[in-house]
Design a protein around this ligand. Structure first.
Ligand code: GLA
Ligand code: ZN
Length: 662
């Protein structure tokens, strides 16, 4: 297993490198990532390359058996690039160019920038192709920004639209430009929709797709060169978990595996729910295991620093990721830097370069993971529950949320949190994926619903699947126009409902109070709940109503419904319930109908996840709390970190972890 740190040899005198490498080896590290911001060190002037310093640093690392991931250093352009080619600096929406001096400030359509990127990529690839300890490449760093509004980007956007729609009539129809007299007579008239809140929502969605495509294209130009010159190296990129600007499925397509940068907040007693769903998304992008490329290693901050990791906390966030499919663990950063914006973004070593408590915990974690690595090999998470995570819907909700406070990621996380509490693994999938491997599919906020997807979901339920959807499902078509069918359109039969009216309970219009409606559930859902944010006036047409509103005007309508369709079930929730316990009941009902049994019922704050292959199953238990936690486990199995056989229960220390071979 590869374990290591993000390393910046260019920040330190070369006579320190030896000690760094020695300390890394001592910690059980065997990999570093380097050079993602070192363009100017490698190409100090245009076309003049200096590799000696990096050769020397890599050679030192090599003597300590430390492998290297090199980065294409295009995330920071050298000052000479901005001076010689000012058009490479991205233009902001107000028409001014970004002032050079931070990072990620380039325009991705600039021909000069694309050529310079290809040249540095090729020069590095050719130079390091045969360096024995180089094993792979990271493209750029954290793709996604900036958004550029220059004329080149505008005409490139117009070309992209022309390739997509072919005829202007089709674009006018797809965008509904008859509204407000926005019909286009030539491609050149099409502007960049600078304001996602007031511009045409269809134009905004295509602009977001274009921005994503542009980043993917830029990466692809580099990947092509790396594949040609270095066929034996892997190519990856450091993703940012729930980052929203790019379609991560597309960005992942050209890569060998996904890596991501995990920066949960150190906090008592925060449960890193977000890192849990992010890990599942990262595994879902290519349906394979992933790595952590930057794992937070101490207090972070660009001005003021945040909380510190408490003893055990670093180890448990590392195990959380491994439990969800991480096969590599790279800490950010090796040593806290003494210069620049990130002086307070702490690494494993302090400013003083000494290996203290955090270094020791990373070393302990590395030891644990190396010992586990033979059994981890070839295992991954196998889930029978899937959450559809759809960037079109996410973006369309941001552009035009419908009800006030609609938040795509929050809708997905609400369900994921309930599954976390239930101790159930989840796969994150695309709406177009084959869903037949799953017994349950949850599709939160599936706002953009192409007919083909609606039909596939119907067939899935008919064949025995269980589908859950909620407010605003299927309102939009793929060009972000409203469907003309009565809601929920093609899903009406599956769900056994129709929706003619709906309302926001929040107040984006700045008037009146936020409404909160009382909801009362029957049978499995017996209890009182609070509806917030939205109420769709759901008419049951064959579906059972499992919970209804107390409000007099909503008496005829349902809040939660369940419908038998074919061999499966369709659930619909037309509101957001404030009480998280409601979602626990919902998930319990769905799981029992699907016949999914949980391996252990984790106490609050304990996460359970299983990695498996055909011949073994490894149950990870992670205590995210600062209290001892006792979990009922299968007896007579081996806990692999301690080597001790399990009894009926197992007690986890604060922030403790266990891995049981089932
Ligand atoms: C990001 C970047 C790193 C560093 C950290 C901390 O994840 O990739 O270079 O800036 O944040 O700020
Ligand atoms: Zn531009």
């Amino acid at each position: 297993m590869y374990i290591g740190a993000d390393y910046y040899p260019e920040h330190w005198p070369s006579d320190r490198w030896e000690l760094d490498a020695e300390m890394m080896k001592e910690a059980g590290f065997n990999i570093v990532r380097v050079a993602e911001f070192a363009w100017v060190n490698i190409e100090p002037q245009e076309g003049q390359f200096e590799f000696d310093w990096l050769d020397e640093a890599l050679a030192v690392l090599g003597r300590y058996d430390i492998s290297v991931i090199l980065s294409t250093p295009t995330a920071v352009m050298p000052a000479w690039v901005a001076r010689k080619y000012p058009e490479t600096l991205a233009m902001q929406a107000d028409g001014t160019r970004i002032v050079w001096g931070v990072r990620k400030n380039n325009c991705f359509t600039s021909g000069a920038y694309r050529l310079l990127s290809e040249r540095i990529t090729r020069a590095m690839a050719e130079h390091f192709r045969d360096t024995p300890n180089v094993v792979g490449w990271q493209t750029d760093n954290e793709f996604g920004n900036p958004v550029c509004y220059c004329d080149t980007c505008r005409s490139d956007f117009q070309d992209w639209l022309r390739a997509k729609y072919r005829s202007l009539d089709d674009l006018n129809r797809a965008w509904g430009t008859h509204f407000w007299g926005h019909l286009y007579g030539t491609w050149g008239e099409i502007p960049i929709p600078v304001d996602p809140v007031t511009h045409n929502p269809s134009a905004c969605l295509d602009w977001q797709r274009y921005h994503s495509w542009l980043n993917v294209r830029f990466q692809r130009d580099q990947v092509r060169i790396l594949r040609e010159v270095c066929p034996d190296h892997f190519v990856t990129h450091n993703f940012m978990g729930l980052f929203q600007e790019l379609d991560y499925y597309d960005l992942a397509e050209d890569l060998d595996h996904v890596c991501w940068d995990n920066y949960p907040v150190w906090a008592k007693p925060e449960i890193p729910y977000k890192a849990s769903i992010a890990a599942d998304l990262m595994r879902g992008l290519k349906k394979q295991n992933f790595w952590i490329m930057e794992q937070t290693a101490g207090p972070g901050g660009w001005g003021a620093y945040g909380r510190n990791a408490r003893p055990g906390e670093m180890r448990k966030i590392a195990f959380q990721q491994v439990a969800h499919g991480a096969d590599g663990m790279v800490w950010f950063r090796w040593r806290t830097c003494t210069a620049g914006r990130e002086q307070y973004w702490h690494g494993l070593l302090g400013h003083d370069g000494k290996g203290g408590r955090r270094y020791s915990e990373a070393a302990q974690t590395a030891g644990d993971l190396h010992r586990l690595s033979p059994v981890l090999e070839g295992t991954t998470v196998k889930a029978s529950v899937a959450i559809i995570y759809d960037y079109d819907s996410l973006w369309a909700v941001r552009i035009q949320p419908g009800y006030a406070g609609n938040n795509y990621q929050e809708a997905a996380q609400r369900l994921h949190r309930a599954l976390f509490r239930a101790g159930v693994n989840v796969d994150i999938v695309q709406s177009t994926d084959d869903l037949s491997p799953y017994r349950v599919v949850l599709a939160p906020d599936l706002y953009v619903l192409p007919d083909a997807v609606a039909r596939a979901l119907s067939r899935y339920v008919e064949a025995g699947g269980i589908l859950f959807v909620d407010s605003r499902t299927g309102v939009k078509d793929e060009t972000n126009l409203c469907h003309t069918r009565t809601l929920p359109g093609l899903l009406s039969d599956v769900l056994g409902i129709t929706i003619e009216e709906y309302e926001s309970l929040g107040h984006d219009w700045g008037r009146g109070e936020e409404y909160r409606y009382q909801v009362v559930g029957g049978e499995e859902f017996a209890g009182d709940y609070t509806a917030i944010l939205t109420a769709e006036w759901v008419q049951a047409r064959g579906a059972e109503s499992l919970a209804g509103y107390q409000e007099w005007h909503l008496a005829p309508y349902a809040a939660l419904t369940r419908n038998r369709f074919g061999k499966g079930w369709g659930y619909f929730l037309g509101t957001v319930i404030e009480e998280e316990g409601f979602y626990d009941l919902l998930i319990a009902d769905i799981l029992s109908r699907a016949g999914i049994a949980v391996p252990v019922a984790p106490p609050a704050g304990v996460e359970a996840s299983i990695r498996a292959n055909d011949d073994r199953e490894l149950l990870f238990l992670i205590n995210h709390t600062e209290e001892l936690q006792t979990v009922q486990v299968p007896a007579g199995k081996v806990e692999l970190l301690s080597g001790v056989e399990t009894g009926e229960t197992l007690t986890l220390d604060r922030y403790g972890v266990a891995v049981i071979r089932m």
